[in-house]
Design a protein around this ligand. Structure first.
Ligand SMILES: *[C@@H]1O[C@H](CO)[C@@H](O)[C@H](O)[C@H]1NC(C)=O
Ligand SMILES: *[C@@H]1O[C@H](CO)[C@@H](O)[C@H](O)[C@H]1NC(C)=O
Ligand SMILES: *[C@@H]1O[C@H](CO)[C@@H](O)[C@H](O)[C@H]1NC(C)=O
Length: 447
């Protein structure tokens, strides 16, 4: 008893954040991805189908990951840069054998609620900021998955993990390698053998699986065996849980045409005039229509090194959410200097930040333009709870109704029992009132 109290106090004093205080019923499990191997300067871009994941009809409450080595040591970003990890939901054939699913025509992707049509369909996904970015969905909300009624016959719900990591031990230009500058990777064709267009200076087309970033002369080191270690928190589904929809807004989404989400963009270096005025900020803006509205429950942006913050506004200009990067200032994992190690999040008081059906939102993404950047991103995740009809009649009414239907049922069966019941009830009521009058209580049933 004593120790419990102390522990509780301790947790209040020292872990006063959402990471530590979890309501009862929350389950936590930590998993490892399959291992992958990285030589100095090498890129891994892996897709793992049917990863270990909580099963059943559940509500997801959080998801976080980090890169660890085979001894479970966290690897700092300046050694293995975690460009991104993404978790997609899909239905896979129950009788498929491993490998089958690489053929995407054999699976059914279950995309998030939007807004991009062909990219960014994931439920979760972050990059270097994953160690210090909160993904907790507050009660009574949850990302509801695994409802067996939604899964087509012969299929089951599964999860796909994509990890993109870049080893930067011994490279000539760390930032350049993490920004996938094409000249450092010595590639002229993308991973499908298509010519990379001449004005494409950097981005994912140049740092696909097994590509190699430029190393310093004679640098040598061991091949590392690494894993994405990920932790999922969830609760079993129950009716009191309010489902939220996952939306991912992309700053490169022009809202027109089906391929308008380019995901990556370029930041040009500021000119001397801007530098003199201290205006070296690249601000991108896009307007996006939300087909369905609701209450924003959570919001967070995803940016790369150089990111200077992102914000989402409503149609009338009201601020919905701001998300600002935190840069590390040390060497250890979770605090690596010059890397984004966390993004601030929004937890509006439920009901206080509403979006209307069909509302046009404005997304802005700022980057420092003190130097040029390639392959940067400006995503904004929001979780939206759609307004639902008010819960059914109060309990008393249900009780009353069921009493009536019970009585009717009984009367059909035997009239005698019904009459006896009514008599009993009336006797009981009369003596009840008598008793109360005697004690000069107020009548319970107001006129
Ligand atoms: C760059 O690629 C070309 C052709 O693939 C190859 O011949 C050359 O050796 C590479 N250069 C370096 C520095 O790796
Ligand atoms: C590269 O050129 C194409 C047209 O050839 C243009 O559409 C695209 O915006 C250019 N990209 C950059 C990054 O300048
Ligand atoms: C983005 O940059 C503009 C121009 O410098 C600034 O006015 C705005 O406050 C910035 N917003 C965020 C969220 O950083």
């Amino acid at each position: 008893m004593h120790t419990e109290l102390c522990l509780l106090l301790f947790s209040f004093l020292f872990f006063h954040n959402t990471e530590a205080l979890r309501p009862p019923g929350v389950k936590t499990e930590t998993f490892l991805s399959p291992p992958f191997y990285l030589k100095p300067g090498q890129v891994a871009n892996k897709y793992y189908f049917n990863i270990p994941f909580p099963k059943g009809h559940i509500a997801l409450k959080s998801f976080n990951g980090e890169v660890v080595d085979e001894y479970d040591n966290p690897i700092p970003l300046h050694e293995t840069y975690l460009h991104h990890w993404v978790v997609d939901r899909y239905y896979g054939l129950k009788d498929s054998v491993p490998g089958d699913e690489n053929d995407l025509s054999k699976i059914i992707l279950v995309r998030n609620s939007g807004l991009c049509k062909h990219t960014l369909g994931q439920y979760y996904g972050l990059g270097s900021e994953t160690r210090k970015t909160d993904t907790w969905v507050p009660d009574p909300y949850g990302i509801v998955v695994g409802n067996p009624e939604e899964v087509p016959a012969r299929y089951e719900e599964r999860w796909l993990l994509n990890v993109h990591a870049i080893d930067t031990r011994g490279v000539t230009d760390r930032l350049g390698c993490t920004e996938c500058r094409c000249n450092l990777y010595n590639v002229t064709v993308d991973e499908y053998g298509h010519e990379i267009r001449a004005n494409y200076t950097g981005g994912l087309y140049c740092c696909y699986d097994k590509t190699q970033c430029k190393l310093r002369e004679r640098f040598e080191s061991v091949t590392r065996k690494i894993y994405l270690k990920y932790t999922v928190e969830w609760v079993e589904w129950e009716p009191r849980i309010v489902p939220v929809k996952v939306y991912i807004l992309d700053i490169t989404d022009t809202g027109t045409g089906s391929y308008s989400c380019k995901v990556e963009y370029e930041v040009k270096e500021c000119n001397s005039e801007e530098r003199k005025n201290g205006d070296c900020i690249d601000m991108q803006t896009t307007r996006l229509v939300m087909p369905h509205g609701g209450n924003i429950i959570y919001g967070v942006a995803h940016q790369h090194s150089g990111g200077a913050g992102s914000a989402l506004y409503g149609q009338d200009g009201r601020l919905l959410c701001t998300s600002i990067p935190t840069y590390g200032d040390g060497k250890e994992a979770g605090n690596e200097a010059n890397y984004i190690v966390g993004m601030s999040t929004c937890y509006p008081k439920p009901g206080s930040v509403k979006i209307a059906d069909g509302e046009t939102l404005t997304l802005i993404s700022n980057y420092s333009s003190n130097q040029m950047h390639t392959g940067v991103m400006g995503l904004f995740y929001i979780l939206v709870a759609e307004e639902r009809p008010l819960p059914g009649p109060p309990k008393k009414m249900i009780c009353f109704n069921s009493l009536i239907s019970w009585c009717i049922e009984m009367s059909v069966k035997t009239g005698a029992v019904f009459i006896a019941g009514v008599t009993l009830i009336s006797i009981a009521t009369r003596s009840f009132y008598k008793l109360h009058r005697k004690n000069q209580y107020e009548a319970l049933v107001a006129a």
